[in-house]
Ligand binder design. Structure first.
Ligand code: S3P
Length: 425
């Protein structure tokens, strides 16, 4: 994919469904009694892996352009898959499904692509095995493939060393099968979609500060869910609208859950012209329309509790920083090293050859903005967020941005390049 400079991005776009919420809606629908309908489901590769896994475990899932319909079989209704479950590139599928599989009465092996199979899984194996689960890393390297032998789950408390919704969710989902309440405390509050949606499915889930507690339910019950637009996907167009000259973009129906809205807070801190309208609650999640206009931005400092609320947006924030006046410091973001790629290294190693003043630190990066950038041949290591981030940088750079493996955007935003084209018309 070749990207060149563009000006005047204008228009109103709808943002595809939230990836985290789409995954959860299929997972919880599958282990609920009755039918769950899901509209605005994200038809990205990651969420389709989740559908594939539950189909392989005997769940009938119908997919049309308009609606995903899950014919759930209740908490004990999954059946042993014939083959290894394929989790593709999806960390969310792997870690959340591991919680569910811990408490079944059959054994499963799950495995993904090379990137997925090199990501850390000890972070879920440790708490789940402490609850009585039996999960082993097949190659004994703390990564997938994982062999999960269904076990009796003991209620427990886990003090998580990391603010990760995937770890929290794995423990809470195993806790569905526990012999009493299970709780997780995390160092800072991560996205709470699991807690909100499990409540919608009829489970008792308490949240107090950074602790979430699940009480094992008799059953979960199918729901009709409308998935909000993904703020992580909206972020590319928020950034594009702010840094591209003569632009005004409105994104409708975007999820603005406070555990996900760090990007909006950072934009405001950097002096952005960003407006939220029509705020409302849809399927238990706060949603708004977001409008951005070209803005003169200045640097900022980001660290501490805000990090989990914008963890997937940090690559795009680095681009905002490169186009802002002055210094931006990003701290406490060491989790970026274990995402689909090492996102600290990949950002800095591509920004510098573009002409940016960016250095990697132990837990983030420091960027001095305002330098003119030029396009490069980008190797995004098949990381969808890196590809989209540099596409936005590319429309504001001299020369050509040549993105290899650009099809990896299918993981979370299959229509990304098309939408970018439409806004530039
Ligand atoms: C996700 C949680 C985050 C995020 C990922 C999706 C989720 O990961 O980076 O893209 O759906 O729970 P961690 O919870 O591991 O930080």
């Amino acid at each position: 994919m070749i990207i060149t400079r563009k000006n005047g991005l204008k228009g109103t776009i709808s943002i595809p469904g939230d990836k985290s919420i789409s995954h959860r809606s299929v997972m919880f629908g599958s282990i609920a009694e009755g039918t769950t309908t899901i509209s605005n489901f994200l038809m990205g590769a990651d969420c389709l892996e989740t559908i594939g896994c539950f189909r392989d475990m005997g769940i009938d899932i119908e997919v049309t352009d308009e609606l995903v319909t899950v014919h759930g079989k209740g908490l004990r209704g999954l059946t042993r898959p014939e083959n290894t479950l394929d989790v593709g590139n999806s960390g969310t599928t792997t870690r959340l499904i591991s919680g569910i599989l811990s408490g079944q009465d059959f054994d499963v092996t799950l495995s993904g692509d090379a990137s997925l199979n090199s990501r850390p899984m000890k972070r879920i194996m440790t708490p789940l095995n402490a609850m009585g689960a039996d999960i082993t890393s097949v190659n004994d390297n703390g990564c997938a493939p994982l062999l999960i032998k269904g076990s009796k789950i003991k209620a427990s408390h886990y003090d998580s060393p990391v603010a990760s919704a995937q770890v929290k969710s794995a423990v809470l989902l195993a806790g569905l099968y526990g012999d009493g309440p299970t709780s997780v405390t995390e160092p800072a509050l991560s996205r709470n979609h699991t807690e909100l949606m499990l409540r919608g499915f009829g489970a008792k889930v308490e949240s107090e500060g950074t602790t979430a507690t699940i009480y094992p339910p008799e059953q979960l019950y199918g729901q009709d869910i409308i998935v909000p637009g993904d703020i992580s996907s909206a972020t590319y167009f928020i950034v594009a609208g702010l840094i591209t000259p003569d632009s005004e973009i409105t994104m409708t129906n975007v999820g603005i859950n406070p555990t996900r809205d760090g990007i909006i807070r950072v934009c405001k801190a950097m002096g952005a012209d960003i407006e939220l309208n029509n705020e409302r609650i849809v399927s238990g999640e706060p949603v708004a329309d977001i409008t951005v206009r070209t803005s003169k931005l200045h640097g900022t400092e980001i660290g501490g509790d805000i990090i989990p609320t914008l963890i997937d947006e940090i690559p795009a924030i680095a681009i905002l920083a490169a186009f802002a006046e002055g210094e931006t410091v990003i701290r406490d973001a060491q989790e970026l090293k274990v995402k689909e790629s090492n996102r600290i290294d990949l950002m800095v190693n591509n920004l510098v050859p573009m002409g940016a003043d960016a250095v990697a630190t132990e837990d983030g990066m420091i960027i001095h903005g305002g330098k003119p950038l030029h396009g490069i041949k980008l190797n995004c290591k098949y990381d969808h967020r890196i590809a989209m981030t540099f596409a936005i940088a590319g429309i504001n750079s001299d020369g050509e941005m040549d993105i290899e493996d650009a099809e990896c955007v299918d993981v979370s935003y299959p229509t990304f390049f098309q939408t970018l084209e439409e806004l530039a018309k």
